[in-house]
Design a protein around this ligand. Structure first.
Ligand code: PEP
Ligand code: MG
Length: 885
């Protein structure tokens, strides 16, 4: 076996740059040790050692056992304690530590090294026999659970029975004798359940514990977590073996978690929780509700000062907000871990903006710190201030945003019900890592126990899900599937709303408002505008959407889909009349009525965009989309035929309609009579639309508002299509200009959404003023995948099996569709220097695709209004990164 490679590091040998093998926790313990911070000594077995463990049939190879023993000697020297000693025993914690943090997903063992004799050594050393046996019983339980796989409730039940027998309200009421008895009972559980004696040899304890923690990399909840967070399954975890310090040796001891800034709001003040006289996982497990870190200032000012000093050192060193685990042993602070703190989207934005203002990082770094998706998350729904909800309880505001749904009490059921399309709120005592699937499936989470750093809070914040924690007024009866709050009874399936920003729990589905951008978001977006090169436009086809997008910073409309204007209920009959008319008069009548409607839509949009360019696409979809469904028509005709009353006239009308609809039916309409082909075959429609556009331009200009109209022809595949239609557009524009006696500036361009258009982009660009890549259709036609059906029929399988890495309808395919975009842009610009080039498919709002658009040299991206802020930040990041290459 490869014994030359280094698989074990003491903390003194560790550092941040070794994170890929030491894991996050190991690297941070090393880094903190070199910074001279108070870290209990220890060592790390690397992630590569974890892989060796799996290769070696889930056993630690001999040479690693020997290596561990060597490092242990070193640890004994440093601490002056001996492992398994009867007088002064060295006790250890054994913890997992992956490269990418997976909070609570893998296992931990504390107080390792205790046995029937060393427990007495600990009692002597600390002068506290009760404490020693308390540690021993905790250790046996953890060892039984983690190493021997005995279910935790078996120990919990025994503890509860004993408490009842001796009339103890809490664990703290148990006497030394009670704890000794518990130790015996726990040993019996181990014997009964695992068929072995609890091991007395500390070395055996250590080796089996290391193996169990390595093994926990592949437990179910860790696998689910990695799947949900796209973490590779072959990374492995490191194992950290560290000298124990005790937070449970009395009231001058404690344990806690502190964030250097508030991870929920981003406010620059210490934020966290602690418990006095408690050990290890008590805080995060949510078993006792901890106290706010601000209380520590009054309760233990000396410790608080130490905390302030180390948090400042750490934040300055890492230049980012830190999440720190600490223990206080007899008034002395020890650090057990630091990592970059998970934060809500809102906090991420505030922290990045504040740190740039404080001079800790520069603006570019601040822009790169924020996940563009965070910008969309802060556009979270909030409770409508006008709403007057009935608040039934209040817990801790653990993760902001409002969520409403049916009350469900189990994570599994939450998953099932949400798969049926129902919105659910998961209500639980506390969540455990096993509940991760249910948390993902829920709109929000409500727990009755646990603090702001409990598992539910941390996981929900990471996902941007609203969460209310520690809502103790709520009493859940799991058997009856209901909860009581005061006299109120809420049963499974009832609707509630939670507000993760205030901690409120409300009855029913409360009205929510559209979110707004915070001061810091605006600041970040302003910096993004200074840094970005790409223009950001929006896809909007009505006044309100245009207004919203303008507020979010859209620099124009990149796609106004005019068919949406035809689909309004009162217009469909007119459109049908237009399509089905058999006489010119009938057709003319429909067009005359439709034109002013379209004109007023355009007037509204142009007015909202206040002089920014607006690209209006002429009608694109197949006409049958406006016609009645054939099957429904047949059913109606059948009913009429068999009806008792006389309905001949109606029947004739429907039969005629059916004949017409059948005539127009195409077996492949997406490749049929649509787009510019429609404009060529039924010219009156495009002519009406162009007239409406230019008349609207004239009217809006008369009102003193500037307009930059851009007419876009869809689905062009041959330059001759474009030439013919452009001539008609120019003719109508000329007529309107003469009529209104005004000179208008306008552009005529095309969507590039078919491979042939890409291949002949040079020819088309000679005639067109702009290109806009319709990457939805271009992806459909390049892959030959239906954009309507492929995702549900086979694409998900392709993605699961890794045949495709990304969904090409979501993220632009760089090797195929992207190549066409690049090629068409370059060849188009060769024949037309002034050609403006944009993208208006869904990819225009997706960060990875936006980076490609930057690389291809496009002028702008266009996306839905709510993606505009995301696109602004993604465009800035793309530019900064490309400059750094
Ligand atoms: C496209 O095809 O990318 C596009 C923007 O047009 P639509 O989605 O309307 O077909
Ligand atoms: Mg299209």
């Amino acid at each position: 076996m490869n014994s030359e490679k280094k698989y074990i590091y003491s903390f003194e040998e560790g550092s941040l740059d070794l994170k890929p093998i030491l894991g996050g926790k190991g690297a941070s313990l090393g880094e903190m040790t070199s910074l001279g911070l108070p870290v209990p000594s220890g060592m790390t077995l690397t992630t590569e050692a974890c892989n060796l463990y799996f290769e070696n049939d889930e056993k630690l190879p001999e040479f690693l056992k020997e290596g561990t023993k060597e490092y242990l000697k070193d640890l004994e020297e440093k601490t002056g304690k001996n492992f398994g000693d009867d007088d002064n025993p060295l006790l250890l914690s054994v913890r997992s530590g992956a490269i990418i943090s997976m909070p609570g997903m893998m296992d931990t063992i504390l107080n390792l090294g205790l046995n029937d004799t060393s427990v007495q050594g600990l009692a002597k050393e600390t002068n506290d026999e009760r404490f020693a046996y308390d540690c021993y019983r905790r250790f046996i339980q953890m060892f039984g659970d983690v190493v021997l796989g005995i279910e935790g409730y078996k120990f919990g039940r025994t503890l509860d029975i004993l408490k009842e027998e001796v009339d103890a309200d809490s664990d703290l009421d148990l006497t030394t004798e009670n704890l000794k008895e518990l130790v015996d009972q726990y040993k019996n559980i181990i014997k009964d359940e695992a068929g072995v004696d609890f091991p007395q040899d500390p070395m055996e304890q250590l080796i089996t514990a290391i193996e169990a923690v390595f093994g926990s990399w592949n437990n179910n909840r860790a696998i689910v977590y990695r799947d949900a967070h796209d973490i590779a399954h072959d990374l492995g975890t490191a194992v950290n073996i560290q000298t124990m310090v005790f937070g449970n040796m009395g009231d001058n001891c404690g344990t806690g978690v502190v964030f250097t800034r508030d991870p929920s709001t981003g406010t620059n003040e210490l934020y966290g929780e602690y418990l006095l006289n408690a050990q290890g996982e008590d805080v995060v497990a949510g078993i006792r509700t901890p106290q706010s870190i601000q209380t520590l200032k009054e309760e233990k000012p000396g410790v608080f000062d130490q905390l302030v000093e180390v948090t400042e050192t750490l934040e300055e060193h890492y230049q980012d907000m830190q999440d720190i685990e600490f223990t206080i042993e007899n008034g002395q602070l020890y650090l057990l871990q630091t990592r970059t703190g998970k934060r809500t989207a809102k906090a991420a934005i505030k922290i990045a903006a504040d740190m740039a203002d404080e001079g800790l990082i520069d603006k570019e770094e601040s822009l790169l710190r924020i996940d563009p998706e965070h910008i969309e998350k802060v556009l979270h729904k909030q409770i409508d201030p006008e709403a007057d909800p009935e608040v039934i309880a209040k817990g801790l505001p653990a993760s902001p945003g409002a969520a409403a749904g049916k009350v469900i009490f189990s994570a599994d059921e939450a998953e099932k019900i949400s798969e049926q399309g129902e919105k659910v709120v998961l209500v639980s005592l506390e969540t455990t890592p096993e509940d991760i699937g249910g948390v993902i499936a829920s709109q929000g989470v409500l727990t009755t126990r646990g603090g702001m750093t409990s598992h539910a809070a941390v996981v929900a914040r990471g996902m941007g899900k609203p969460c209310v924690c520690g809502c103790e007024e709520i009493k859940i009866d799991f058997e009856a599937e209901e909860f009581l709050v005061g006299n109120r009874r809420i049963t499974k399936g009832d609707h509630i709303t939670i507000n993760g920003g205030t901690g409120e729990v409300m009855i029913g589905n409360v009205e929510m408002t559209e979110p707004r951008l915070s001061v810091e978001s605006r600041k970040i977006l302003k910096w993004a505008n200074e840094a970005k090169e790409l223009g950001i436009r929006t896809n909007a086809d009505n006044g309100p959407d245009a207004k919203k997008a303008f507020e979010f910073g859209a620099e124009g409309i990149g796609l106004c889909r005019t068919e949406h204007m035809f689909m309004a209920a009162n217009r469909v009959p007119l459109v049908q009349q237009l399509i089905l008319s058999e006489s010119e008069v009938e057709k003319e009548e429909a067009l005359t009525e439709l034109e002013p409607m379209q004109r007023s839509d355009f007037e509204e949009i142009f007015t909202e965009m206040k002089g920014k360019p607006v690209t209006v696409r002429l009608l694109d979809p197949p006409l049958h989309e406006f016609l009645p469904d054939i099957v429904e028509l047949v059913e109606e005709i059948t009913e009429l035929k068999y009806a008792e009353e006389d309905n001949k006239e109606e029947l004739n009308k429907k039969q005629k309609l059916l004949r017409k609809v059948k005539e127009m039916n195409e077996s492949n309409p997406m490749l049929g009579l649509r787009g510019c082909r429609l404009g060529i075959i039924v010219p009156e429609i495009y002519e009406m639309q162009v007239r409406a556009i230019f008349k609207a331009v004239v009217n809006v200009i008369k009102e003193g508002v500037e307009v930059q109209p851009e007419i876009m022809l869809p689905l062009v595949t041959h330059v001759n299509e474009f030439k013919r239609l452009r001539k008609r557009v120019d003719k109508v524009a000329e007529e309107i200009m003469v009529e209104a006696d005004i000179e208008l500036d306008y552009k005529v361009g095309t969507m590039i959404e078919l491979p042939r258009a890409c291949m002949t982009a040079d020819e088309i660009a000679e005639e067109a003023d702009f290109f806009s890549f319709g990457t939805n259709d271009l992806t459909q036609t390049t892959f030959g995948f239906s954009r309507d059906d492929s995702e549900s029929k086979f694409l998900h399988h392709y993605l699961e099996e890794g045949i495709l890495e990304d969904n090409p309808f979501v993220s632009l395919d760089p090797n195929g569709v992207g190549k066409l975009v690049r090629m068409a842009t370059d060849s188009g610009r060769q024949t037309n220097n002034d050609l403006k080039v944009g993208i208006c498919g869904e990819h225009g709002g997706e960060p990875k695709s936006i980076a490609l658009c930057q690389e291809y040299g496009l002028d702008y991206v266009s996306c839905s209004p709510y993606r505009v802020p995301v696109a602004r930040l993604a465009a800035a990041q793309a530019k900064i990164k490309s400059d750094r290459e």
